[in-house]
Structures are given as C-alpha cells and as structure tokens.
Design a protein around this ligand. Structure first.
Ligand code: FPP
Length: 236
C-alpha cells in the first residue's frame, strides 16, 4: 500500500467474542481466548503495514458490571497475555501502553502492566495501546477535573485554554487521534469509547466477529481507509 495512505493510528473496538463462542456451543471465555489470537495477528499486521499506533478497546468501565466470573477470566487473560508477549513485543520494536482508570485494576495486574510498559518504553517501531477500564466520558470528566484544579486560582488563564490544551489533560495526551476506527461484529456504535478523540476519525464496520478478524480482515480495513476522502469539515 502507498505509504501516505497508511493510517498513522488505527483503533479497534473488538466485539463479538461472546457470540463467536455461543455459535460453537462454548462459554463466552472461549471467545475471549480466541480473541487474543486476533490481537496478536492484528498487532503483527499493523507493524508490517507501517501503522505507528494501534489501540484496542479491551475493557470498558461498563464491562465491570458483567458477571464476576467473566470479569475475573478477562483480567486473568490480560495478565497471562502480558507475561507471554514480552519477547514478541521486544522483537518487533513495539512499545506497550495501558490507558484507563487503573485505580480499579488489581495491584498484581498493575504491577505486570508497569513492568511491561517500562521494559518496552524504548521501542519505536509501533505503540500498542490497550484501553483497560476506560470510557470516553470518564476520560473527559477526569480531564475537566484536572483542568479545574490547575486553574482554580487563575480564571484568566482558564479563559485562554484551547482545544489542544484540553487534549493534554486526556489520558491520550501525546498520542495522535485515531485516523481509522474499526468495529467488528456488525455493531455500529461508539459505546462510550474515544468520544473526544474521534472527532474526525474514519469509521469502518465489519460483520466479522473479533476472533475471526485476522490479518486479511485488518488489511481489508486499511484498503477501505486508503479510498476515503478526508476533508476535516473543509472544502478541497
Ligand atoms: C467484546 O466481545 C470483547 C471484550 C469485551 C473483551 C476483549 C478482550 C480480548 C480480546 C482479550 C484480551 C485482550 C488483550 C489485549 C490481551 P463481547 O464479549 O462483547 O462479545 P458479544 O458482543 O458477542 O457478547
């Protein structure tokens, strides 16, 4: 693909693990287990295609209300995957970052995340961002609170705050907004994901369930993106 049309930042709402498992008469966790294989495949494909940032919506703030057995299985899966993938991330020059409300994660998981983030911090080929315990409204609210604190005694400074200043209070500070957002499994909604950051993102919806969304499907999404005409509200 022509380098100029490769999206710099691809984000994915990985959906359909439960339905994939149900179709096979298995528990939902079986879908998540196979979903991890798609995480690996799409990460590899993104590196190969020259994508600079790949972000994945792995667990929303709302997902905490799923049955306790599913929540703990998902957290265990994160933990195991993190420990297993160190070598692959290092070999492929991938920096690993977790963003979200980390105060809700266990100490053990937070420690593993910190260790992997530290170990991969110097990698420059691609950044893999996992959104964990994340929601878009939570992010905007925490940014607004931090801003309010910062300018509590400086109303004139507050008046001068612009869009890009606000960007720097979001947990995604320093990360470019997604160029392409993929959602799998046929659902067509944003589900409280990156609300602020997707102002001019191109959306791509696929009917394929996440455990079946592998390299071929990822490349198909990139090809569709390369045909889009992005105008950012302007006239060409
Ligand atoms: C959506 O399917 C998927 C999730 C809520 C979890 C995604 C997690 C993984 C793929 C595994 C761990 C990830 C990493 C980064 C190691 P769903 O359960 O909502 O499916 P359904 O809509 O068919 O019920």
């Amino acid at each position: 693909m022509d380098n100029t049309t490769v999206p710099r930042h691809v984000s994915i709402i990985m959906d359909g693990n439960g339905r994939w498992a149900k179709e096979r008469g298995k528990e939902r966790v079986f879908g998540h287990l196979n979903g991890v294989k798609s995480v690996r495949a799409c990460t590899e494909a993104a590196v190969e295609e020259g994508v600079r940032y790949l972000s994945l919506f792995a667990f929303s703030e709302e997902n905490w209300s799923r049955p306790e057995s599913e929540v703990s299985a998902l957290m265990d899966l994160m933990m195991v995957s993190i420990r297993k993938e160190v070598r692959t991330l290092m070999d492929n020059g991938v920096r690993f970052v977790v963003l979200g409300n980390r105060s809700r994660l266990s100490e053990r998981l937070n420690a593993s995340i910190d260790a992997l983030m530290e170990e991969t911090a110097g990698n420059e080929r691609m950044t893999l961002i996992i959104f964990l315990s994340y929601s878009g409204k939570w992010d905007i609210l925490q940014a607004a609170k931090a801003l309010a604190k910062r300018y509590a005694a400086d109303p004139e400074g507050l008046e001068r705050v612009g869009i890009s200043d606000f960007d720097s209070y979001l947990v995604t500070a320093g990360i470019p907004d997604p160029d392409l957002l993929i959602r799998t499994s046929g659902e067509q909604r944003i589900s409280n994901y990156l609300l602020w950051q997707t102002a001019y993102t191109e959306f791509y919806f696929s009917d394929v369930l996440w455990p079946d969304f592998r390299k071929k499907e990822f490349r198909k999404a990139l090809r569709a993106y390369s045909k889009r005409d992005r105008r950012y509200g302007k006239v060409k």
